[in-house]
Design a protein around this ligand. Sequence first.
Ligand code: NAD
Length: 420
Amino acid sequence: MFEYDVCIVGTGRVGLPLGLSLMETGALVTGVDRDAALRDQVNSGKMPFQEPGYTELVGTRRFQIHDSPSVIANARALVITVGTPLHNHIETDLGQVRSVLESIAPHLRPGQLLCLRSTVAPGTTTYVARWLERHTKLVLGRDLGLAFCPERIVEGKAYEELRTLPQIIGTQDAASAEAAAALFGRLTNDLLHSDFVTAELVKLFNNITRYVHFALANHLALVSDTLGANIFEIQRLTNYKYPRHGVASPGFTAGTCLRKDFGMINEWTPYPDLLLSAWKMNEYMPMFIVQHLKQRTQIFERRIVVLGYTFKADSDDTRDSLVPKLLRYVERELPTELRVSDHHLPDPIVDPSYGTARNWNAKAAIEDADSVIIATNHTGYGNVLRELCVRRPDAWVADLWNVGKIGKVFYQARELAGLE
Ligand SMILES: NC(=O)c1ccc[n+]([C@@H]2O[C@H](COP(=O)([O-])OP(=O)(O)OC[C@H]3O[C@@H](n4cnc5c(N)ncnc54)[C@H](O)[C@@H]3O)[C@@H](O)[C@H]2O)c1
C-alpha cells in the first residue's frame, strides 16, 4: 500500500542522520527538504555537514531527498524534523512547523502516522492535532496517527545514540502509540510511552538541565577568578572521591538547541526566573574572557588569535555560537589584528551573525601572537598551544576549556613547558 516505510520532512542535522539510521535497519526511507544545495549533496552520496558514521550509508544513495512534498503520500510514517527557532523576543517561532503542515496536508492519506520530532514548545503537538482536524478530513486516531517523539541525540554522536538512547513516544490514542512504537522499535527496544505534553517537556527539561548545570559551572569560574582562585584546582578538589554532584567544567555554553530550548520554557513565566539567570550567565562568558584577560595583559594594539568558531568541539556547526560575540568584544578593544582559526570551517568563514572572516591556519596565526583565546575545544588545539609555548612563551592564553591541561583559565604560554 505504501512504497516507503518512512519519509523524513526536513533532512537537516537531525532528520538526515535519523533517516540514514532507519535505512540501516532495513526501512525504505525517503525525504523532503526545501534546501536545494542540501538535496543535491545527499542525492549524490555526500554528507552536507559533519556527522561521523554516515559516510557509507549516504554513499549508497539509497536515501533520496525530494523537493516536492507530494512524496509523503507514498510513506506509511512521516517524521517532521524541521527547525523550531525563537523569534527575537522570548517567543517560540512555529513558522517552519506551520509551513510543513500546509505543504503536506493535501497529500496525507488514511493509514499514515505523523510523528513530530523537532523540539517544540509545550502544547505544540495539540496545536498540530487541532490544525489537522481543521484543515483535513482525516480523523486522528482512526485515519491518521499522531505522535510526538523527541530527538535527544547530541550532534557528533547521532549514529551511536540513535541506537542507544531510549525513545520517548508521546501519543493520545492506542493506534498512534502502536504505529510510533513500530517505527522507533526499529532502533531500540527501550520505548517509553507517555502523552504529548509530557513528551514535549521531557525533551525540554533534558536540555534545560544541561544549560543550567553549565551556567552554574560558568558562575563558579567567574567567582573563582574574581577572588584570585583557580576554578580547575577547586573543581579537582571538590570532585575528588566526593560521592555527590560534582562541579562541572566551564565553557562557552550555546548552540542552536540549548539556548532556544530554554526560551521555550521561559516564555511561560512573567518574572525573572532561574532560567533567565542561567541565560545571562552563559551569555556573559565572552565578556568574562575579554575583561579578565585584560586584567592580565593588554589587548589594545596587540595581535590576538581566537582558536575555534563553531559552538561545540569537533563540529562544523556555527549556529548560535558565542564566538562571533567574543570576536566583537575583542574588536571593541582595538587590537592591532584579530585572527580567527577553525579547521572545521572553510576559508573564508562566512556567518550571518558575524560576516566574513579569513580563516587562518592555526599554527600560522600564532607565529607572532600576543594573546590566544581558545574559544572552542577542538581536538588538536593542545598541540597548537605547545607550539605557542616554544615560539611565543610570553603570550597570554585564555583557556576556559582547559585545552592546555594546565588547570588554569589564564596563563602565559611558557607555563606549558614540560607538559605532555
Ligand atoms: N541539531 C541537533 O543536534 C538537535 C538535537 C536534538 C533536537 N534538535 C531539534 O531538531 C529540530 C531540527 O534541528 P536541525 O538541527 O536538524 O535543524 P536544521 O536546520 O539542520 O534542519 C531542518 C531542515 O528542515 C528543512 N525545512 C524547513 N522547513 C521546511 C519545509 N517547509 N519543507 C521542507 N523542508 C523544510 C530545512 O531546509 C533544513 O534542512 C529542531 O527543532 C531542533 O531543536 C536538534
